[in-house]
Design a protein around this ligand. Structure first.
Ligand code: SF4
Ligand code: SF4
Length: 193
């Protein structure tokens, strides 16, 4: 199953690389920018979590210990939390770099692109509102035709079907002979470990 999932990830990476490449005029991602790894929920399926853990187990013990301490701290924060959506910084982020990059989940791979959300609503990544991806063409939560024209790019800003539920749907399961299984926030999986 993991081997089939790796095949799926190769397919997905290829697709996403093309998306990112096509959106180059609007993308400001760079090494060391890790805002998308912080203050979020990080939905993971069981299969993604299993694969992530294979990467975790390959890390040096000293790094694993740091991550494990962080998970414990996040659990404590979660216990005290009384709101609806508990958000946290990903415990695998070390010095603003992903410690298990090759093994990261699907949501980690799609973040930064504009999403074609439900009812054809386009959803910019949150970093757009922090002066990053798509911020050069966005105005009042929508694409500004004027800004696009001023930029005169070779490609228009596009939104993609990159929702986690879509990329883990039954069509992909059948196509790659995989089962994603239950989906929940990464910290909920880690709580079980
Ligand atoms: S998606 Fe946004 S927050 Fe994440 S690395 Fe790219 S620019 Fe930074
Ligand atoms: S697994 Fe890696 S890429 Fe994904 S949120 Fe955590 S640090 Fe960021």
């Amino acid at each position: 199953m993991i081997q089939n999932y790796i095949t799926y990830l190769k397919y997905l990476n290829n697709k996403l690389n093309n998306f990112f490449e096509s959106q180059r005029p609007y993308i400001f991602c760079k090494k060391g920018c890790a805002k998308c790894c912080k203050n979020a929920q990080f939905p993971y399926s069981f299969l993604e979590f299993q694969y992530l853990m294979t990467g975790y187990l390959k890390l040096d013990k000293s790094i694993r210990d740091i991550i494990s301490d962080r998970v414990d701290n996040i659990k404590l924060e979660k216990e005290k939390f009384t709101g609806d959506l508990f958000r946290y910084d990903c415990p695998f982020l070390i010095n603003d770099e992903c410690s298990i990059y090759e093994y990261r989940g699907i949501v980690c791979r799609t973040f930064g692109l504009m999403e074609n959300a439900k009812d054809n609503v386009i959803k910019a990544p949150f970093c757009c509102y922090q002066g990053l991806n798509y911020s050069n063409v966005m105005e009042n939560n929508d694409i500004s035709e004027e800004k696009v024209q001023n930029l005169n790019p070779e490609v228009e800003p596009l939104a993609f079907n990159i929702n986690h539920d879509i990329l883990t749907n039954t069509d992909f399961e059948r196509g790659f002979n995989i089962k994603f299984g239950e989906k929940k926030p990464l910290i909920d999986w880690l709580e079980g470990k």
